[in-house]
Structure formats: C-alpha cells, structure tokens
Design a protein around this ligand. Sequence first.
Ligand SMILES: O=C[C@H](O)[C@H](O)[C@H](O)COP(=O)(O)O
Length: 255
Amino acid sequence: MVANVKDLPQLSSKLEEAKRTAAYNAVDQNINFEEHRIIGIGSGSTVVYVAERLGQYLKDPARHEQVANFICIPTGFQSRMLIKENGLQLGSIEMFPDIDIAFDGADEVDENMQLIKGGGACLFQEKLVSTSSKKFIVVADYRKKSPKYLGTNWKQGVPIEVVPSAYVRVTKDLETKLHAKKVVVREGTPAKAGPVVTDNNNFIIDADFGEIHDPKLLHTQIKSLVGVVETGLFIDNAEIVYFGNDDGTVSVMNN
Ligand SMILES: O=C[C@H](O)[C@H](O)[C@H](O)COP(=O)(O)O
C-alpha cells in the first residue's frame, strides 16, 4: 500500500511539502490504473513528486503490474532522469504520440487556467507532450496562483524558445512590434558563460510584458515572429490545476 498523503514524513520546508501534496493528490485522483498506459512527465521541481508517487505505486504489489506497463514520455533530460530513477518505463513521443494523461508544473496560473511555463527552459517539449495528451494536469505550489493576470507573480517575463541565429531579430521584433518592456536572452551564469541552450539546442528569450490581459493573443503574436519555436504561454491546455498550500491543504482549479 502506498502511504496516505496525510501520513507523510516532514520535508525540509513548507514549500517542498506543498509541492509534494499537490503532486501526490494529482496522481492519486487522476491516474486510472485500468485505462491509462501512456503517461507524460513534465519538468521542474514539483513534478519530481509526481514521478516519486508513480514509483511508489510501482512498488505496491497491488498496482505493480499495471504501473510496470506504463510508458512514460519525458519533456526533456531532467524528466528522462526522473522516469529512470523511479524505475518507470521510458518511451518517446515519436513512438507514442497519443498520451493518456500528462502532469507538469507551472510558473504562473491565472484564473482561467492559462499558464506561463518555461522557467526551467523546457517549454517546447512540455507543450508537445501536454497538447498530445487527452488530459493535462498541472501541479504547483501556492506561489504560482496569480491574483488575476499572468505576469503578476512571475516577473521574469514570458519564456520564448528561439532558433539561435534568430535571437537578435526576435529580440528587436519583441521590442518594436510587440512593445515588450524588457527582453533578455537567458544566460546560464554562473554555471555557464553565454546563453542557456535548451534540450533542443535553441536559446531562451524572456520577454516582460507586464500584466498580460490577453494571453491567447500575445501567444499568437509572439508565435508569428520568424525564429520563434514556441512560447511559454500555455493556452486552453490545462484541465485541472492542483495548488499545494502552505497550511498543508490542496486547492483544485478545474473547468
Ligand atoms: O521549464 C520548466 C517548466 O515549465 C517547469 O514546469 C516550471 O518552470 C515549473 O517548475 P517548478 O515546478 O520547479 O516550479
């Protein structure tokens, strides 16, 4: 039997516990052991607990056979490692383009469940997986819930993955055509001199637009710039969001 969420050992901080509570509840309440087989596993520090929970079910004799048959589709290098470390079966989106259910974190979630993602530079593969999934579940801690508009809590800007040779052109277009307040090519310092290179060998630009009142329109405008691979605005994609609160409870947002 896997441990009940209420009986788990303490972690190093309330924040980590909030992430774990969100992730464990999301898995427990959404995985259908009989029907689901292809599972998307996202990136970041919250989804770590999704993979951990699936790993616990794998060790549970009552669920072992079903979970051993799950094929987990990663959204990047970190996610691939999470799948392997928890003993889960790794698959690729090329082999399994139709995903039953996917779990991932978010940097900010607005009241309509539109998301900013890509704080960890994994947005392209995350969008590929989440939009290939019948059900996309977001797991987040209390800091990610926007009071109203995207861009309120997440001040770093919208992450945008760009083809390296186009970064100057995209930077100019974001400033002049889309009137971004601040545009920064993400650097890897101190761990790396120069730009962050994504798992797809692209660069990331963070473009600050302040409060985003129409994320759908902004996504379309950014996406139309030559050189943009994908934006970190995830529009009409999430079905349920689990927020772990600092008092140990969970809030659920859904359509
Ligand atoms: O590129 C990174 C991803 O979009 C993450 O899912 C996002 O940054 C949230 O990460 P965390 O769970 O660490 O807050």
